[in-house]
Design a protein around this ligand. Structure first.
Ligand code: P6P
Length: 350
């Protein structure tokens, strides 16, 4: 048998990384458990209207509202429960935190406690579910600080550089798991016939240049000046200062937009605007921006708040929001330059 010809499953990839000393058995188990939970979520998402799981959560006509102040979808709640149940008994985790829960949840006392912290957005982009557009699960793994008796939210507040693993599962035409443990970013496609994630791209690479940007243009009038200028120059095309025409895509499902960018390049941005600025931004640092930033940097891209490398942000809250620019390295650097030049001029006239 030719070992190089046989498909590399997620399990085989993780065992090979463990053999090379890049991960231990508990982190390998954690990732396999999350992947298995994502398979269950994929099945539920795939049922669509036939599964009785579309629409808003809540009862008696009252929508269920999460800590973000957003109406929960039934699949948000179901996906969250699937991830909680899957990770409870394995002995690999100390606690979990989710977009759908106000505070972190410790592993139940009846189970052994591990040394990792898992954060996730169980079903990002869930507002797209009812219109059958791709959604996804995003996850991030940190080490639990040593000698912690009772894990609290504060123990999760580590910069993105502290992540030991990150990934997402995108529930689209195919279900794909994209993962990094700090040794490149790799894509696995779910083979539904055998129920296994199979590596389909080893070492995703984001082109450094791009002609494609992703932003919700309806917020343009609310953006800060440097963002207005940056996007204005993109729209000016080859007659403008950028000297080339750009295309635009906006799925309004971060996992789908980021997957496209990891696959063919581009820049994704959800900048500050006057509506979300009081909250610090729209997207969440700990379980959206940081895991995506880790994946993107490991694929040769860049990720920034517009003024700081994303992975260097020192968190102040579990559900903290940040402005996000990520994707093709040279394009992210261009967007950051617009902010730096604007801020320098503002300081000069202050
Ligand atoms: P808007 C989905 O709700 C989400 O958190 C991200 O997945 C997505 O990129 C963004 O919000 C979409 O926001 O304002 O365009 O609906």
């Amino acid at each position: 048998m030719n070992p190089t010809a046989s498909p590399v499953s997620l399990t085989r990839y993780l065992i090979e990384e463990q053999r090379e000393g890049r991960i231990g058995p508990n982190l390998r188990l954690l990732i396999e458990v999350v992947a298995r939970a994502c398979k269950s979520i994929s099945i539920q998402v795939g049922k669509g209207a036939l599964g009785g799981v579309l629409g808003d959560a809540g009862s008696g006509g009252e929508a269920s509202i999460n800590v973000q102040g957003e109406a929960q979808k039934k699949l948000d709640v179901l996906s969250n429960e699937i991830l909680l149940e899957a990770n409870a008994w394995g002995g690999h985790l100390a606690a979990l935190a989710s977009e759908e829960m106000d505070h972190c949840v410790a592993i139940p006392d009846e189970y052994p406690r591990g040394k990792y912290l898992l954060l996730f957005d169980p079903l990002d982009g869930s507002s797209n579910i009812d219109v059958n557009i791709s959604v996804g699960t995003i996850f991030s793994v940190l080490r639990c600080p040593e000698d912690v008796e009772t894990v609290g939210d504060e123990h999760f507040l580590q910069p993105g550089t502290a992540q030991v693993a990150a990934g997402y599962c995108t529930y689209g035409p195919s279900t794909m798991l994209v993962l990094t443990i700090g040794n490149g970013t790799h894509a696995f496609t779910l083979d539904r016939e055998i129920g296994s994630f199979v590596m389909t791209t080893r070492g995703m690479r984001i082109p450094e240049e791009t002609r494609e940007f992703a932003v919700n243009m309806s917020n343009q009038r609310f953006w800060e000046e440097p963002m207005q200028q940056y996007v204005g120059d993109l729209l000016a095309g080859k007659e403008g200062p950028r000297g080339k025409d750009f295309n635009m895509r906006w799925v309004a499902s971060m996992v789908a937009d980021v997957h496209r960018i990891l696959t063919r390049g581009g820049i994704f941005s959800y900048p500050l605007d006057s509506k979300c600025a009081p909250k610090g931004g729209k997207l969440r640092l700990m379980y959206e921006a940081n895991p995506m930033a880790f994946l993107v940097e490991q694929a040769g891209g860049a990720a920034s708040t517009g003024r700081q490398r994303m992975l260097d942000v020192r968190p102040t809250g579990l559900h903290q929001r940040v402005p996000v620019f990520l994707g093709s390295k040279n394009e992210v650097e261009a967007a950051v330059r617009y902010h730096a030049e604007h801020d320098a001029q503002a300081r000069a006239v202050a």
